[in-house]
Design a protein around this ligand. Structure first.
Ligand SMILES: Cc1cc2nc3c(=O)[nH]c(=O)nc-3n(C[C@H](O)[C@H](O)[C@H](O)COP(=O)(O)OP(=O)(O)OC[C@H]3O[C@@H](n4cnc5c(N)ncnc54)[C@H](O)[C@@H]3O)c2cc1C
Ligand code: FES
Length: 387
């Protein structure tokens, strides 16, 4: 008879797969119960500190976007929830940095992870991925991490996904998992992009819509060519009302550039959708941080301040996060989400003032003892930090 732990595991999204692993481990003479007092061994198996990955395939996903398939350089890849991301480390021109990328492949596929990277203007890591990365290159990564995923306990069975640009990636994983596993969830995807060439996974999504009755796909083009018969404009209140139908019985998930998710969030509030049923992925920091509400009026973004850390003093640009300044100077900080959520990158602000945009999840204790998240803190004057 299954014990309580196994009953709980079986009710989780990936539960049946985990149980399969337990069965095959037992068949090979290894019982997970033997790890009972070695918490680190179990945790490391499910969530290794670092993943070592090799690129096994690269495909064009749309104009200006490529999909990279990663296989493990050793050991099994940990499970993930559809919607989670990997934080991939890179070494570019002598600078070690990282960027989070949502996993776009389905968690049912256990042999690899895929990420899909879209080019952004003057991108540092995205340009590197699109122009330099080749099959066989190896990367370190941490994760899978993040809380942007379907939760059968709290979320409604009707899901409406609002995606913008590369924000389609976590949805691709969620959609493939839900449809291919025969889940009875009803899914509507409203995907906003400039034009059809920029629509990532367009063909796969059209094919899903033809195959599964419980999935509807709407493409919304902001720069539609003349004669385009589909929907044009932005994902606004009217668009959501018309395409999503009754908003009372669904959970909304938003992912894309911050300007787009801010806009959609407002539209959902106007439609009186409960905040508990709006899930939003923090999809990186905005490049034009100077346009963020609350940005200090006396700063242009081009000021260079002094940042003292230990016995070193480095330069820090006001439009760049403290984390970027530290990475440029070769100083390593723990990092994962780069969005102010996970708190890996905490440092203590000893002196000086920083600008923190919305969405930074500081704990009460952080505020009390002067800790900030270096990935989402921008220098407003000369600073001293310690960590
Ligand atoms: C949870 C999550 C999931 C995401 N998933 C995806 C996804 O699936 N697909 C996708 O395309 N994107 C995704 N993103 C966005 C992604 O992480 C990056 O923000 C995006 O690729 C842009 O990175 P970039 O380096 O090209 O641009 P930026 O991070 O904007 O790079 C430009 C900036 O790099 C910094 N920079 C410039 N030169 C240097 C240097 N020498 N050293 C250090 N820093 C420098 C400067 O601050 C400059 O402003 C996701 C983000 C999050 C948070
Ligand atoms: S890296 Fe997650 S809060 Fe900064």
């Amino acid at each position: 008879m299954a014990d309580l732990k196994e009953t709980i595991i079986s009710s989780m999204v990936n539960g049946p797969d985990v149980l399969q692993d337990i069965v095959s481990a037992r068949r090979n003479g290894r019982d997970y119960v033997t790890d009972r007092f070695h918490t680190k061994t179990i945790v490391n198996r499910l969530h290794p500190d670092k993943l070592s990955l090799r690129v096994s395939e690269i495909r064009t996903a749309a104009s200006g976007a490529k999909t990279f398939r990663f296989v493990s350089c050793g050991g099994a890849l940990p499970y993930f929830e559809a919607g989670q991301y990997l934080n991939v480390f890179t070494e570019i021109d002598g600078v070690r940095t990282s960027r989070p990328y949502s996993i776009s492949s389905s968690p049912k596929q256990r042999g690899y992870y895929e990420i899909t990277v879209a080019r952004i203007p003057a991108g540092f890591v995205s340009d590197y991925f699109l122009d330099k990365v080749k099959v066989s290159d190896t990367f370190e990564a941490n994760g899978p991490a993040g809380v942007f995923h379907y939760n059968p306990v709290f979320h409604k069975k009707r899901s409406v996904f609002l995606a913008g640009g590369s924000g389609i990636t976590p949805f691709m994983s969620m959609i493939s998992e839900a449809l291919e596993s025969g889940a009875e969830r009803d899914i509507t995807l409203i995907y906003g992009v400039r034009n059809e060439d920029a629509a990532i996974f367009k063909d796969e999504l059209i094919s899903f819509e033809k195959t599964y009755k419980n999935f509807r796909f709407h493409l919304v083009l902001s720069e539609a060519p003349e004669g385009y018969s589909g929907r044009r404009g932005f994902i606004d209140e009217a668009c959501i009302r018309e395409l999503a139908g009754n908003t009372d019985d669904c959970t909304f998930y938003l992912c894309g550039p911050q300007v787009m998710t801010d806009f959609c969030y407002e539209a959902l509030c106007k439609l009186k959708v409960s905040k508990n049923h709006i899930r939003r992925e923090m999809f990186g920091s905005r490049q034009d941080i100077q346009n963020e509400p609350g940005w200090p009026a006396n700063l242009t973004g081009n000021e260079v301040f002094k940042l003292k850390v230990g016995d070193r003093t480095i330069d820090a640009l006001s439009r760049e996060s403290i984390l970027t300044a530290l990475e440029r100077a070769g100083i390593r900080v723990n990092v994962c989400c780069r969005s102010g959520e996970c708190s890996y990158c905490r440092v203590r602000l000893v002196s000086g003032k920083v600008f923190m945009p919305r969405g930074v999840l500081l704990r009460l204790a952080d505020e009390k003892f002067g800790f900030i998240h270096s990935c989402k803190a921008y220098p407003m004057e000369d600073l001293e930090i310690e960590f």
